[in-house]
Design a protein around this ligand. Structure first.
Ligand SMILES: C[S@@+](CC[C@H](N)C(=O)[O-])C[C@H]1O[C@@H](n2cnc3c(N)ncnc32)[C@H](O)[C@@H]1O
Length: 336
């Protein structure tokens, strides 16, 4: 059985819900900051025909090439920028959409794409042998091999614990450090075998029907998040997205694990004016302002049918907000 991190994603997840909630319209301007294979963008372009325009951003050059060729039929209605979405504000300024409120809707579909998982040479999959890379942007930065061969045991265990929520993080870190003292890790399967030697294999499905996962799943997820600085990027893009979208426009974010979903929930809640000061403070000091209205108090998830058609959608969580102001202070409401 394959895990949510490994199943290929040629079908865009939660497509109908994204389109319904983003409400692309003719003449609108939309951004998919995680263009990937272009599935969501294609639907947004179709829905906003004949003259809606889109920007596709991706930090991965190969993903953007794939997306560009898929969306060729839409001609000049779609443009592309290779960048990290943490630079969203700068990217929008570069193409002349930098004024606050210039955009009608923004989508982020976080995580790896099918292309990453399909190509063992990118180093994301532990099932096929490839170099331990995992960088979405291969032009710079540390690879997964740099981390597993270079970090001290404690920091490694912290990364695996925090980003992988792996119960056996300390055990895994110990095994990695032991093994690398005689031979550095080079290949994905080599690392996966080392992890599997100390993490018990789950035998059964979990209570919600999710398939048992490979022992290396959580550690690979942790390394991928660390290599790509994924949580920091997500945290920093949300205020930029709120600034970019016009009142009445929407921001939709799809996440695949609880760490990401927590960040989105908190950032949306903060943008909705929720005070996040500790309850013991007599007055609000966090400067909460009302900039959005949350349209999904609980995240939307895939239907059973969709999960059957596209197993990767099993762990997808969609949260959507509508921008109400560009950030004028309407006063905070205290968190209970
Ligand atoms: C799940 S895929 C998106 C799939 C896409 N929605 C589709 O329908 O084909 C996520 C994409 O986001 C890109 N990505 C992830 N983090 C990014 C970041 N910080 N900046 C820009 N692109 C990023 C990945 O390279 C990947 O191509």
């Amino acid at each position: 059985m394959s895990s949510p991190l490994e199943v290929h994603a040629h079908v865009p997840v939660l497509l109908r819900k994204v389109v319904n909630l983003l409400e692309p319209r003719p003449g609108g301007r939309y951004v998919d900051a995680t263009a990937g294979a272009g599935g969501h963008l294609e639907a947004i372009l179709t829905q906003s025909a004949p003259d809606g325009v889109c920007l596709g951003i991706d930090r991965d050059a190969s993903a953007l090439d794939l997306c560009r060729s898929r969306l060729q039929p839409f001609g000049s209605r779609v443009q592309f920028e290779r960048d990290d979405f943490r630079n969203l504000g700068n990217v929008l300024a570069r193409i002349g959409w930098g004024e606050p409120g210039s955009v009608d809707g923004i989508l982020l579909d976080i995580g790896v794409s099918s292309m990453h998982l399909d190509h063992p040479e990118r180093g994301f999959s532990f099932r096929s042998s490839g170099p331990l890379d995992m960088r979405m942007d291969q032009s710079h930065g540390q690879s997964a091999a740099d981390l597993v061969n270079g970090m001290d045991e404690r920091s490694l265990a912290d990364v695996i614990d925090r980003f992988g929520e792996e119960r056996f993080a300390r055990r895994v870190a110990r095994a990695i450090v032991d093994r690398r003292s005689s031979r550095a890790f080079v290949e994905t399967t080599d690392l996966a075998d080392c992890i599997a030697s100390v993490v018990p294999r789950q035998r059964r499905q979990s209570a919600d029907g999710a398939p048992a996962i490979h022992p290396a799943t959580r550690t690979f997820q942790a390394l991928r998040i660390a290599v790509n600085g994924e949580l920091d990027a997500l945290d920093s893009v949300i205020p930029q997205a709120v600034r970019a979208v016009r009142p009445g426009g929407r921001i939709a974010i799809i996440c695949f694990h609880s760490l990401e979903d927590r960040i989105v929930k908190l950032a949306f809640s903060r943008a909705a004016g929720r005070c996040v000061c500790p309850p013991r403070l007599p007055v609000c000091v966090c400067g909460a302002t009302v900039s959005v209205r949350v349209l999904t108090p609980k995240p939307l998830v895939a239907t059973e049918d969709e999960i059957v058609q596209n197993p990767r959608s099993r762990s997808a969580r969609l949260r959507v907000v509508e921008v109400v102001t560009s950030g004028a202070n309407q006063g905070p409401t205290r968190d209970q």
